[in-house]
Write a protein that binds this ligand. Structure first.
Ligand SMILES: Nc1ncnc2c1ncn2[C@@H]1O[C@H](COP(=O)(O)OP(=O)(O)OP(=O)(O)O)[C@@H](O)[C@H]1O
Ligand SMILES: [Mg+2]
Length: 227
């Protein structure tokens, strides 16, 4: 599927959880063909921002435009173009990893061979044909990552994707993130991993207490080219 969004535009996004202001008015444009890394201390709103972009959380106010589509009005159309990795793996525990990926491919009208292609790309071992509930943390993370990529998303959202991965796993992660970026996807990656950020970031943005930290010029602090 061709890339659907030229950019994703976040405008004055506010998300309240009771008295907690998780997002306090975030405006940000995420261009296609670039990796934006979101950094910030624990509780600064990174996962909340990602959940709003993934249409998994409803903003209290503000809007998100996915290309020409409004996230609220066109949620169904937008969802087809999202690839999401959150803290929850979103895999069926009683199916094998391969079955999960094939099932997800079918659901999105993608050939099931795409699932096998991703298994090869992540160099998964024999565990891929065991039930997901038996997986180690890193095995689960590899399959959850592959799942996020199955439908060739236009917007790829990754929350702490290196969690649990070994050196080779992180290397594969860096390669796939760059490949998705080069394919023209909008990529947003939340991480505390400086090395990963350095390797993939085209732009780094910093959240603090639900706000983006800007410099005097109005551009995002730590904005800069990746290697
Ligand atoms: N479902 C929820 N209900 C209530 N409060 C929430 C909920 N989700 C997040 N919060 C609160 O919103 C704030 C932002 O949380 P968020 O998970 O976005 O932070 P984060 O930057 O991802 O942190 P971390 O680095 O620890 O993952 C925190 O104060 C958190 O306690
Ligand atoms: Mg988080």
């Amino acid at each position: 599927m061709a890339v659907a969004f030229a950019e994703v535009r976040v405008k004055k996004l506010v998300k309240l959880y009771g008295r907690t202001r998780a997002l306090a008015g975030v405006s940000l444009t995420l261009p296609a063909g670039a990796v934006t890394v979101v950094e910030g201390p624990n509780g600064s709103g990174k996962s909340t921002l990602l959940h709003c972009l993934a249409l998994l959380a409803k903003p209290t106010s503000g809007s998100i435009a996915f290309g020409t589509l409004d996230g609220r009005a066109h949620a169904r159309q937008v969802r087809r173009h999202l690839g999401v990795l959150t803290h929850a793996s979103m895999l069926y525990p009683d199916l094998t990893g391969r079955e999960n990926l094939r099932f997800y491919a079918e659901l999105h009208g993608v050939p099931t061979s795409r699932a096998d292609e991703l298994c090869a790309r992540f160099e998964v071992g024999r565990f891929i044909d065991r039930a997901v509930r038996t997986y180690s943390r890193g095995q689960l993370q590899r399959v959850a990552l592959a799942r996020a990529l199955v439908a060739r998303p236009s917007l790829l959202l990754l929350d702490e994707p290196s969690t649990g991965l070994d050196t080779l796993g992180v290397q594969r992660l860096v390669e796939v993130v760059r490949a998705e970026r080069d394919r023209g996807a909008v990529v947003v990656l939340v991480t505390h991993d400086d090395e990963l950020s350095r390797q993939v970031a085209d732009r780094r943005v910093l959240l603090r207490r639900g706000r983006l930290v800007f410099d005097g010029e109005g551009s995002v602090v730590a904005e800069g080219a990746a290697s």
